[in-house]
Ligand binder design. Structure first.
Ligand SMILES: [Mg+2]
Ligand SMILES: [Zn+2]
Length: 532
């Protein structure tokens, strides 16, 4: 976590100080801010009774003019916001709108006005509230399966190699490669983490990311670690682009990584980054954003980029000195490379904003919303680089989180702030609302998790996890990036939530997302859109 003196990231720098002065002051200096002063982001001056009616009419016309695109999809780009439940999307749109100086509720993220929106039921075959491995397998391979397993069906027991033999299910990316399409993925997690792993690997245990993680039983029965499976992906022309974090999974203990100088984790003495460049002609292995910016997509057929030792940083923590690229840059390079290398055959790309989930687990809504904002920017890059006529873009989440939005905050109240409600005449109060315990409370909260952090003289720290009762937020700035929202049930890690998530889509066959769907339906739409 950053200290209060952390360098600001670019989106904050872009803001107008006149409209964002209050929040900027909060971000820049916890110590000097008076948390009792309340500032609201203004609603657009253009909002009038007439403008509401006209915008409703305009939306009706757009709906009436919708047509179905039943052409074959040449390309499919699947975006996954890990843990990006509907409350996260709503809060992130307000957050992003307020970063632009407006009230925020009226804002839309880039994918929210896609013409097709549906709901996805996310349970695993053995779990009411799902995990990312089973759900990624549902999306990528067309069947629901157990929590914790990658690319194998429900007959495999988790972490039991022998039981998984013969239960492997082919992923969409594998089939795309076999059919001559260019393929790849981008993530902000380790490239061996559950969501990206489901595009190329088969394992009864998501945690078997390198060989040192495999138990004796797994080695005896021939199960392979996930990093090895990435490098040895043998379908079609192989994987064309893989960008993310997790270099430690690819290097032996005897070698140090070029990113941090830390040792690799592998016990088999294999350097999989070397194997990548040995395996393919016209291939490259890169580890910083300058190298990414210098990639010649016309003569690089296979690009592996590992930009961090483990997970990549949150968007907010990737300051200007960071050697890590941002998600929109990785997405743009991946699309340009796939376009250059696929010719007329088309491509498949999966892009994951993988750390929305991790920020939620930490009970830190700020970073979850900011990484969702970054995902929105990555989708925008994809929109600008592709044609709606031939490219199906899907944006979805694997599962939700227990984030809630409530408290009757007035319009334009800072989304991360304490609740300030309206008076009896519907106008904003001067003071924070208080609960029946006379304590203020925030708009955002979690059902469970580690609790919250106090800003005491600029020192940001957790309270004792599980400390009974609510905490006095009277002198706490909840918009601080390191604030951890209150949670009802004290858990070490905030947990996933089990309600449906959304599917947003545009392009060929996107209209097939029209209802409440089982999550694995997404795969079947993608396959149909390709015309397979
Ligand atoms: Mg993930
Ligand atoms: Zn999670």
């Amino acid at each position: 976590m950053k200290s209060a003196a952390s360098p600001l990231k670019s989106p904050v720098h872009r803001l107008s100080k006149t409209t964002y002065g209050f929040a900027l002051a909060l971000v820049a200096s916890v110590v000097s801010v008076n948390v009792h002063s309340q500032t609201f982001y203004p609603a657009p001056a253009s909002e009038t009774p007439e403008s509401w009616f006209a915008s409703g009419q305009a939306e009706l016309q757009r709906a009436l003019q919708r047509t179905q695109n039943t052409r074959r999809a040449k390309n499919i780009i699947l975006f996954v916001g890990d843990g990006m439940g509907i409350s996260t999307v709503t809060a992130a749109r307000i957050f992003a709108g307020q970063l632009q100086g407006s009230a925020g509720e009226e804002n839309f993220l880039s994918f929210e006005q896609f013409p097709a929106v549906a709901l996805s039921k996310t349970y695993n075959t053995n779990q009411q509230t799902s995990d990312s491995a089973g759900t990624a397998t549902a999306i990528m391979a067309g069947i629901k399966t157990r929590a914790g397993v990658i690319g194998v069906n429900q007959h495999a027991d988790r972490a039991n190699c022998q039981s998984s033999l013969g239960t492997e299910v082919p992923s969409l990316m594998q089939q795309a490669a076999e059919r001559g399409l260019a393929t790849g993925f981008v993530t902000t997690t380790r490239v061996t983490h559950a969501t990206p792993a489901a595009t190329y690997a088969h394992s009864p245990e998501r945690d078997w990311e390198n060989d040192s993680a495999l138990p004796e039983e797994a080695l005896q029965h021939g199960c392979k670690d996930i990093a090895q499976q990435l490098i040895e992906f043998s379908y079609g022309n192989g994987i064309n682009v893989a960008l993310g974090g997790g270099i430690e999974q690819f290097l032996p203990e005897s070698k140090t990584d070029p990113v941090t100088g830390g040792s690799g984790l592998r016990k088999d003495e294999r350097d999989l980054t070397l194997e990548w460049t040995d395996r393919y002609n016209n291939s490259a292995f890169i580890w910083n954003k300058e190298q990414l910016g210098a990639v010649n997509v016309d003569n690089t057929q296979h690009l592996l980029g590992l930009f961090s030792r483990s997970q990549m940083d949150y968007a907010y923590d990737r300051n200007t000195d960071s050697t890590q690229p941002d998600l929109p840059s990785m997405t743009e390079t991946a699309i340009r490379l796939l376009q250059a290398q696929s010719g007329d055959s088309g491509f498949f790309l999966m892009v994951e904003a993988g750390r929305i989930d991790h920020a939620h687990h930490a009970g830190n809504a700020f970073r979850a919303l900011d990484d969702t904002r970054e995902l929105s920017d990555a989708v925008l890059a994809a929109i600008e680089l592709t044609n709606e006529q031939d490219t199906l873009i899907i944006v979805t989440a694997d599962h939700s989180h227990s984030l809630t939005i409530g408290g009757y905050s007035t319009r334009g109240n800072p989304i991360l702030g304490a609740v300030v409600g309206n008076n009896n005449h519907g106008h904003a109060n001067e003071q924070r609302s208080v609960a029946r315990d006379s304590l203020p409370y925030t708009t955002l909260g979690y059902r469970d998790g580690p609790g919250f952090a106090v800003n005491a003289g600029g020192d940001v720290r957790y309270t004792i996890p599980g400390a009974p009762g609510r905490h006095d937020l009277s002198d706490v700035d909840p918009t601080h990036p390191d604030f951890h929202q209150e949670a009802l049930v004290p858990l070490q890690s905030e947990g996933h939530a089990g309600e449906d998530v959304a599917i947003y889509a545009r392009g060929p066959w996107s209209h097939l997302f029209h209802s409440t769907h089982e999550q694995h339906f997404i795969y079947h739409v993608m396959r149909h859109a390709y015309g397979w």
